[in-house]
Design a binder for this molecule. Structure first.
Ligand SMILES: [Zn+2]
Ligand SMILES: [Zn+2]
Length: 318
């Protein structure tokens, strides 16, 4: 055990001649802030990100994809706090207690905000949850789950007339996945790695307003504002490689402060335009409309409609 470290004083309070203990010291900005000033700083930075990347206008209806975790819950909260018209959509994945607890947190935050979240339960909509559905498709539980989630978000956004879907991806997510995708030269992914993707081919616009905020900042902001969230991670998910790349990024960050931010945002500025210009060539396959549900799909019948059919067959067969 080392000496108890003395807390730094808030830099902004100090400018006003006040001595107030900080709640956070952000090394990369050399900035210590008290609770009040940190909240202000956080909200201002999110607002600037929205403007800088022209994510949406003040009067646009936004649908936030919430999971019950700290990032998406904070996003839903902060957008409302900034005066945007943001609703939430939650997918109950049918993964036991994990899904139930996540849903409770979403409903709880909805009550605080005076908003009712849209909720779809896979067990009702498709007839089974992820633990069963993963057996019907090739690929890991995470890849199946990701595809089902994307489908549901696109569908509900289209059905309810939301032009913008927002997700809670943060700087740690984006910089570590950029690293992983560069190491594997996953060009298809790199060509779409941007905090704003325009609406196209039947998909709504997709935005990531928390892309400048770190996990630490988001968690603290959530705690200071008493935002309900679950700390559990999905029991089916294999997150080992995700965590590995986050650890690597943090190792580099500790060696050279500000690298995480520079790595990601310099990529957006200098490299993304090159990959993005190849998007048409890299992302192969024309999308058509699913013959059953009408959603964009690479095949005649989309994956979700095929899953519904398989679940039905299995129930009839047993
Ligand atoms: Zn202060
Ligand atoms: Zn379909």
């Amino acid at each position: 055990m080392g000496k108890p470290s003395k807390k730094k004083l808030c830099k902004l309070c100090k400018l006003k001649g006040l001595r107030k203990e900080s709640v956070i010291y952000m090394k990369e900005h050399r900035l210590a802030l008290c609770e009040e000033h940190f909240k202000e700083w956080f909200e201002k930075r999110v607002k600037e990100t929205i403007k800088e990347f022209r994510m949406f206008k003040p009067n646009e209806k936004i649908l936030v994809a919430v999971s019950g975790g700290k990032d998406s819950q904070t996003l839903w909260y902060v957008l409302n706090r900034l005066g945007y018209d943001a609703d939430a959509f939650f997918i109950h994945l049918g993964i036991g207690d994990y899904s139930d607890e996540s849903m409770e947190k979403v409903i709880e935050l909805g009550k605080l905000l005076g908003k009712k979240p849209y909720i779809v339960k896979l067990e009702e909509d498709i007839g089974a949850g992820i633990p069963v559905l993963q057996n019907f498709v090739r690929g890991t539980a995470c890849s199946v789950c990701g595809r089902i989630k994307r489908y549901q978000f696109n569908k509900i956004a289209n059905d309810l007339g939301y032009n913008v879907v927002a997700t809670g991806h943060n700087l740690d997510d984006e910089s570590s996945s950029l690293l992983a995708n560069l190491i594997n030269w996953n060009l298809k992914y790199l060509a779409r790695k941007y905090p704003v993707l325009p609406a196209e081919k039947g998909f709504p616009k997709k935005v990531k307003p928390l892309v400048k905020m770190t996990e630490e900042q988001i968690k603290l902001y959530a705690q200071l504002n008493n935002i309900p969230f679950t700390e559990r991670s999905c029991p089916l998910g294999d997150t080992a490689s995700l965590h590995f790349y986050k650890d690597v990024m943090n190792l580099i960050e500790n060696h050279a402060l500000g690298t995480k931010y520079r790595f990601y945002f310099e990529y957006l500025k200098k490299v993304y335009p090159i990959f993005s210009s190849l998007k048409e060539e890299l992302i192969e396959g024309e999308l058509q409309k699913c013959k059953i549900c009408g959603q964009p799909s690479p095949s005649e019948i989309c994956m979700v409609c095929r899953l519904k059919e398989k679940v039905k067959q299995q129930k009839e067969g047993s």
